[in-house]
Design a protein around this ligand. Structure first.
Ligand SMILES: [Mn+2]
Length: 329
């Protein structure tokens, strides 16, 4: 892989914007896949290809064609992980998780069905193709690490990366799938070899239970009792307001539990890290010179989001002028 990389954030079925962004970045379609002329640059897709938008199938086909052609690396997002879990019967392969109610590893509740419905609709009448797409999702790595950068869908956890590298589990194809997907959903350590924490940190990031009586509504109106955390700042002297990372929501400045205050974080001297997942709004800008979130809410319900990329050339201090984006249609 060359070191000239274009990182692209959450697409969520917004194919037209993806095509426009690739065009703006200079990629051209040839032999069925978008490629950079001369193969001089590579795309790294940061996950969340499906759900929400109306062109899920087109998006998946484009991402997959680039991955197969070697002009892109596609990472796994929490929506791809959720889809694999949603369609996987609990107990298949002998790993039944008691803590998960219902017949599948993701409960088929109203909110979880509602968020996935655009994907199912996109493959209506094409079930065999959808099953093949799930097989493609199994191959998507949880994170990517080179000498010059790191990338994942949500948060980079240095210890988690060590654990997964030692176990040689970088995607759901590195072992028996029924076993790995059960372990990835084993939140309460029903088995000794749970993979819940490393995998969920990469795909969903760290979250904290809110104090009794504190809740907020997310962009889709769902009441939340947990908040996402800024995993790149030293939590030692921070309160809930400082640490929470829920754009558009201000939480009270309560104390956070000791295990959160004493937790690990991604330091200022680490190599640049690229991710999506967090529903940022406005004009793309850097969080820090080694922390770059590329989810600018192209699928946001207000319709004023952007699909964003960062043009990376190996620099160890990132530069705000290297964002490229297109407006949501
Ligand atoms: Mn996400």
């Amino acid at each position: 892989m060359n070191s000239s990389i274009d990182f692209i954030g959450d697409i969520h079925g917004h194919y037209d914007e993806l095509v426009a962004l690739l065009g703006k970045l200079g990629y051209k379609e040839s032999n069925g896949a978008y490629r950079y002329p001369g193969g001089e640059r590579t795309v790294v897709f940061l996950g969340d290809y499906i759900d929400r938008g109306s062109q899920v199938r087109e998006t998946v086909n484009l991402v997959r064609a680039m991955r197969d052609a070697g002009s892109a690396v596609a990472l796994m997002g929490n929506h791809e992980f959720n889809a694999l879990s949603f369609w996987h019967e609990n107990g298949v392969g002998g790993h039944r998780l008691q803590a998960i109610p219902g017949g599948f590893l993701r409960e088929h509740t109203f909110n979880k069905v509602a968020i996935h419905v655009k994907t199912v609709e996109a493959y209506r009448g094409r079930k065999a193709e959808f099953m093949e797409v799930l097989d493609f999702f199994k191959t998507l790595p949880f994170f990517l690490e080179t000498e010059t950068f790191r990338a994942q869908h949500a948060s980079f956890d240095l210890k988690g990366a060590q654990v997964l590298k030692e176990k040689k589990i970088l995607s759901f194809t590195d072992g028996d799938f029924d076993d790995l997907i059960a372990r990835a959903n084993d939140k309460h350590k029903e088995y000794d070899d749970s993979l819940y924490y490393p995998i969920n940190l990469f795909l969903k990031g760290p979250e904290i239970d809110l104090p009794a009586g504190v809740t907020f509504r997310d962009g889709e109106g769902v009441h939340r009792k947990r908040a996402r955390l800024r995993w790149w700042i030293d939590p030692k002297k921070m309160n809930l307001r400082d640490l929470s990372f829920q754009p558009g929501v201000e939480l009270p400045p309560c104390d956070v539990p000791a295990d959160v205050r004493n937790g690990d974080y991604y330091g200022e001297n680490e190599r640049p890290d690229f991710f999506g997942h967090y529903w940022l709004t406005g004009i793309p800008s850097l969080i820090r010179d080694n922390v770059c979130c590329l989810d600018f809410s192209v699928a946001g319900y207000r319709g004023d989001g952007r699909l964003a990329a960062y043009r990376f050339d190996g620099e160890q201090k990132l530069d705000s002028s290297k964002f490229v984006w297109v407006e949501a249609k």
